[in-house]
Every structure is written in structure tokens, then in C-alpha cells.
Design a binder for this molecule. Structure first.
Ligand code: ZN
Ligand code: ZN
Length: 111
């Protein structure tokens, strides 16, 4: 059972965000990656989870202009490409963790 409570959320630089979880796991995300994985209804089919846009079209230098807590379960980002409707639940963010350990658990999805 994964723990989805962050104890620390920190913007490392223009490009990266770090989240430290209650179980001391640490996740680092590029804002481009987060933007590419936007969970909003315009970016992702609600039922199939299929992406509704081409992730390669996300600008290389996209960054977060603003990050806001949504309740106590999620963060929303206002990205520099003008998109800001995605609400990233902590559960989703933890699943998106790109560290070696977490990518390993995804198995075939990393191919
Ligand atoms: Zn979106
Ligand atoms: Zn991880």
C-alpha cells in the first residue's frame, strides 16, 4: 500500500518539482512531464485514459507559473503554455513517480 501524503513539495528550479512523501520516498518531476501527463478532461479520455493530444507538442521549456493546493489531496499547476485545468491528485503524482524504483514496478509499461 503506497502512501500518498506529501510531507514536502518544493520547486527545485524552473524545470523541476520535488515531492517528498510521508514514507520518505522522493519524487522528482519535470514540469514538461507533468504537463504531458495532464489528467484533465481535455487532455485525457476520462474512461480509457487515452491521451487526447500529442505529448511531443508540449514546449520543451514549459514550466509552472503557479501551483495551488486543491483541498488536501491534489495540486493544480498553471503551466507557461497557458494550460491550467489539470488537477493532479497526490495519488496520481505518486503513480507518476519516475524514479528507478517506481519505474521498475511498472514493468512492461516502461517499454
Ligand atoms: Zn489538461
Ligand atoms: Zn519513486
Amino acid at each position: 500500500m503506497l502512501n500518498f501524503n506529501p510531507t514536502g513539495i518544493e520547486q527545485i528550479d524552473d524545470e523541476k518539482l520535488r515531492i517528498v512523501w510521508e514514507d520518505e520516498h522522493e519524487s522528482v518531476y519535470s514540469f514538461r512531464f507533468l504537463r504531458q501527463n495532464c489528467p484533465c478532461a481535455a487532455c485525457r479520455d476520462e474512461w480509457s485514459g487515452e491521451m487526447l493530444f500529442d505529448p511531443s507538442e508540449v514546449p520543451e521549456d514549459v514550466r509552472s507559473m503557479r501551483a495551488e493546493m486543491v483541498g488536501n489531496y491534489a495540486i493544480s499547476f498553471a503551466f507557461s503554455d497557458g494550460h491550467g485545468t489539470g488537477i493532479y491528485s497526490f495519488e496520481n503524482l505518486r503513480r507518476l513517480c519516475q524514479c528507478r524504483e517506481c519505474s521498475h514496478h511498472l514493468g512492461s509499461e516502461t517499454n
